[in-house]
Write a protein that binds this ligand. Sequence first.
Ligand SMILES: Cc1ncc(COP(=O)(O)O)c(C=O)c1O
Length: 303
Amino acid sequence: MIVHLNGELLPRERAAVSAFDRGFLFGDGVYEGLRSFDGWVIAMDLHAARMRAGLAEARIDWDASQLDRLTSELLAANDLRNAFIYWQVTRGTPGPDDPVRTRLPARPMRPTVFGYCVPTPGLAQCIEPASVRAATVDDRRWLRGTLKSISLLGNVLAAAEASERGADDAIMVRDGFVAESCTCNVVVVDAHGRMATPSLDSAPILAGVTRALLPEIAPGVESRPVRAAELREAREIVLLGTLTTVASVVQLDGRPVGAGAPGPFATSLLSNYMGWIATQAEQNRSRLSPRHDQVRQSRAGSR
Ligand SMILES: Cc1ncc(COP(=O)(O)O)c(C=O)c1O
């Protein structure tokens, strides 16, 4: 596996970061998770915009408009067209004479930039929504849920609590309202077929990129506060995320949801999403391929 570290592409074994990096010691950084199908990265502009906003909020000086080029280079270096791509930007490592534990760094430092990618199933393999058993868990994370912080201890603990109750994922609930799962946004379909996803002002949740695509792939999903009680009466509960794509919650707190199997909404949402991606990938092929091929050829030439 070839990874990116601070502007260099290198084998993963050679990628090393200082133990004094603030990402390691403080969880002081932001990240993005992207996915490519057939060489096309889903909604790159939305990921870059979210990362730009997160970096600005975190006061980390890194230009997120590089994400597009760096991702193409990383995919080409690994010769991957269907992949999950991870980027992390931390505040950086203090100099040898700088204090380590100051919450506010003594002086600006160079951010540490790290990226890797792993192969994922292609369009033809994404036919059935994955089935997930979920447990409702109190959302006790911080209130900056829109910031894609690398400090994921709150999500890790929610996942651990769900696992201890025999579930695969947690659906977090705050003050009686649905928030999100550990890695996904949530859509609830009621007994009348009405669809809703928690609005961004109803709970401190991530503004998911997949969620943002709902108007294109599932028109009619309302964005509004969703009460936890609606989960228990739902005909379907669906999870949306970049890596997950579309998954179906078939069991909640030990009880079946609907028929206890992925329902028609989840199935058609996944199929619409894959159809939409196929169209976008096709439309963008002529624009993206030359760069992908160029980088691949130049790397092959330099071997
Ligand atoms: C807590 C949380 N909610 C929602 C999402 C879904 O966001 P996206 O669709 O941008 O992947 C993620 C993805 O990592 C997440 O970690």
